[in-house]
Structures are given as C-alpha cells and as structure tokens.
Design a binder for this molecule. Sequence first.
Ligand SMILES: N[C@@H](CCC(=O)N[C@@H](CS)C(=O)NCC(=O)O)C(=O)O
Length: 289
Amino acid sequence: MTDPNAYIPPEVWSPPQNESGRFSGINRPEAGARFEAELPRGRHPLQLYSLATPNGQKVTIMLEELLAAGVKEAEYDAHLIRIMEEAQFSSGFVAINPNSKIPAMVDYSEPTPVRVFESGAILLYLAEKFGRFLPADRAARTEALNWLFWVQGSAPFIGGGFGHFYAYAPTKQEYPINRYTMETKRLLDVLDRRLAEETYLGGTEYGIADMAAWPWFAGLMENRVYQAAKFLDAERYTHVRRWVDEVGARPAVQRGIIVNSTNGDEAGQLHERHDASDIDAALAARQAG
Ligand SMILES: N[C@@H](CCC(=O)N[C@@H](CS)C(=O)NCC(=O)O)C(=O)O
C-alpha cells in the first residue's frame, strides 16, 4: 500500500523553504564564512571556542583534568560560540574550523599557532602535548584510541540521528525514531558490555576515551539531552550507570561541564571561562540556588 503522505524526492534536491525543525534556520547546503568577524583572544596559550554541548564538554573536561593534575600550561580561555545565532559561520571561526562546528581551539604556545578542530582531535592533541590521559604503551594506547574513535564515529547516530528525530524534528515519525533508537540502544549495550569487563573505556586507566564518551552517555542517562532516559530504558545498563556516576563525581568533570553553558538558572551559567575563579563562582551560584 502506498502512503499518501510519503515524500517523493524530486529529480534534483533543493533546500526546503520555511521548515520548522530546531536547526532548520541555520542549516544551508554550502560551507564557508557567512560574515566577517575576528575571534576574540584572551591571555592564555590555549584559546577555546565552544559551547557546553556534549561535544564541547569533552574538551573542557580534559582541560580541567589537566589543570587538576597540575599541568599549569593547560590554562585556557573558553570563548562562547552561540551556534543558534550562527557564530560558527564567522570568518574567524571558519579559519580555525572549515567545518563550522564547535569545539575548535588555537594553541598559541607553539612557534606557529596551531589550530585544532574536531573534539576527538583536540583530546588527542592535548593528551600528546602534555603526556597525560593516554597510555604510552602501544597496545594500551591503541585500545584507548579504539574507544575514542568508536565514540567519535558513533555519537552522530545518537545526536544527529536519535536526538534529532526524537526531540528536535517538527513531527515525530516512527521509521527514523525506530532506526536510531535501535542503534542508540545497541551502542548503550556495547558500552555496558565493555564496562562490565573494564573499569574504564580504555581499560584500567581513566582517559580521553572516557572524556569523549561521558558527556553523551551521561547526558542520555541523566536526561540532560533529549529527555529520553525512560524511553531508552537507560537504567537497565547497570555498568554504564556505575561508570556515569564514578566519572561524574570527579571534580574536574563537574568543573568542565559548566564551561560555556547557556542553560539553566542564569546565575549558574558560565558563558566564558578566563580564570579558574570563573568556574568557582558559577559552582557557588549553583549551590546557593
Ligand atoms: N564531529 C564534530 C561534531 C561537532 C558538532 O556537531 N558540533 C555542533 C554542536 S554539538 C555544532 O557546532 N553545530 C553547529 C552547526 O551544525 O551549525 C566534533 O566532534 O567536534
């Protein structure tokens, strides 16, 4: 039977007019800058341009973990990029990330400033630069990278697939929701089985694979993204639950996840981070509120 509402693709696609999905207003089929504007620059060697989404939080968790481990050279300025206001399409941002997505970073401590984009590449860059949170031994390093790349490759099915069709699409449609729920639950099961056999994703040591995965999976379990924990029956993944709690209790994680945040109670938001005291103040405001 043919569905009378089924979409019949034209011979050549053209962008829809007046679509009402969450990101429809900012999406275009062309890359590149949409307007001229330089990026701000603070006083620290590392300049981060980001927003507190799961992809952004990965990097601020890593930076806070480095600082907590005593790596003073990891001091950073975190500038807010408001993606719904199209700040990722400024000429300055596109020059450091031609893909126009947060997070992106510039390291001015190198003889020639180094740009780094893609959250996984930023985690790897920082781990290698400071020799932390990634084992040196080839086998252990490879296993940690296996899981880092697993998260990087899998998260778009959670965010762009499941989250988009479950929470953001203008209408709820069964086919895409089934498809991406199936995949999201399969990924939760992959993670659960891994964490049944090892304490952390990479193995015995906490590291960049955990930092990459935690914001996505903790976000799902704790309803910080998509309000879907019940729908996904997330609590049945008991090993994921154990790891979400354990990693979430780390002070550096609690500090990192609020950097560049624009949600929640206004006093507890932290649009920019230029000093450790910025985070202290936002955490204190959250506790008081
Ligand atoms: N693979 C990228 C994905 C980054 C990404 O999707 N960023 C989103 C926010 S979480 C973004 O900037 N979206 C803006 C846009 O699509 O215009 C990474 O891991 O860094």
